[in-house]
Ligand binder design. Structure first.
Ligand code: FAD
Length: 268
């Protein structure tokens, strides 16, 4: 809207703004446009590793269903090997573990990863929404603090908190076997946080919502470490870009990150 206003469109063109979910974005823009430009999406397919040949990465691919009973004790056999010009390892929580499975990539370039669950609670028993805006408290160690979000249906959500998750081994991380449940008991930690800016919050008015997990590059009580976009200049492998620690606002900035990668690393 701002750019339309700058070029004088704003007064003449009726602009309808619409809130979009991440699913809307994926389906409306990314997938449709990409397919129009010749991209192919391969669902239920897992990159199980890779190897370096002539300083390029060959990707090992398998159908996801073949990993269901894998316990890490036997080597995975690829059903297909791809030799792409550019590989962007954007596997989110699994990105560092996937990078460890690229045979020939120096382990020193793969940062240690920490995982922090973030839970949301929703406000129940309220007919009139008490908030008109998002509210952000002072950030806490590892996160933005339990803030107020109004979702597309006008429902009030409080969160996310920061719960450091210990003891995740590489196999669990690779297979995304994280616990995404929201324990009702955690509500008692939310009440005092929320009452700092919403003192009228009634006992019993929080319901468990959902949880997400942040891939973090710094652990509890460590200084925050920013995300990493890692190319050939760091690891020496042509055509490999690793994305590590892409936490919030990774979704909002995804188009910018993609543009940066295309401009900086893609060679025809
Ligand atoms: C609680 C919470 C709240 C957040 N709120 C916001 C927000 O308000 N705004 C915002 O901008 N961001 C927010 N984020 C951050 C945002 O969700 C992430 O930054 C973003 O999703 C990262 O995108 P990604 O593509 O790097 O990873 P992901 O979204 O995690 O995607 C990785 C994909 O790779 C796939 N994958 C993994 N391993 C393999 C493999 N071996 N082979 C093939 N595919 C694989 C996965 O299935 C997945 O589809 C939030 C995150 C959390 C946890």
């Amino acid at each position: 809207m701002e750019s339309s206003a700058n070029i004088g469109f704003y007064q003449f063109v009726p602009i309808e703004l619409e809130l979009l979910t991440d699913r809307d974005i994926t389906h409306m823009w990314t997938q449709g446009e990409a397919e129009n430009h010749g991209a192919t999406f391969s669902y239920n397919t897992t990159v199980i590793g890779g190897h370096i040949e002539e300083n390029r990465l060959s990707l090992h691919i398998s159908e996801t269903k073949h990993l269901e009973n894998w316990n890490g004790k036997f080597p995975l056999q690829p059903e297909m090997v791809l030799i792409p010009k550019l590989v962007v390892n954007s596997a989110g929580l699994s990105a560092p573990v996937l990078a460890k499975r690229f045979d020939g990539l120096r382990s020193a370039v793969i940062p240690p990863t920490y995982y922090a669950r973030g839970c949301y609670f929703t406000l129940s028993n309220t007919t009139i929404c008490p908030f008109k805006h998002l509210i952000y408290p002072i950030p806490e160690d590892g996160g933005l603090g339990v803030h107020v979000t109004l979702d597309l249906n006008g429902q009030v959500k409080f969160g996310p908190n920061v719960e450091w998750i210990d003891g995740i081994d590489d196999v669990s991380s690779f297979l995304n076997k994280f616990d995404y449940s929201v324990c009702t008991n955690r509500a008692k930690l939310f009440y005092p946080e929320i009452r700092k800016y919403y003192p009228n919050l009634k006992d019993g008015s929080l319901d468990p919502g959902y949880a997400g997990i942040r891939p973090k590059l710094s652990g509890p009580r460590q200084s925050p470490v920013d995300f990493v976009i890692q190319g050939e200049d760091i690891h020496g492998i042509t055509g490999l870009v690793n994305l590590f620690g892409i936490e919030s606002p990774g979704l909002t900035s995804s188009m910018g990150v993609a543009e940066h990668i295309a401009t900086r690393f893609f060679r025809c």
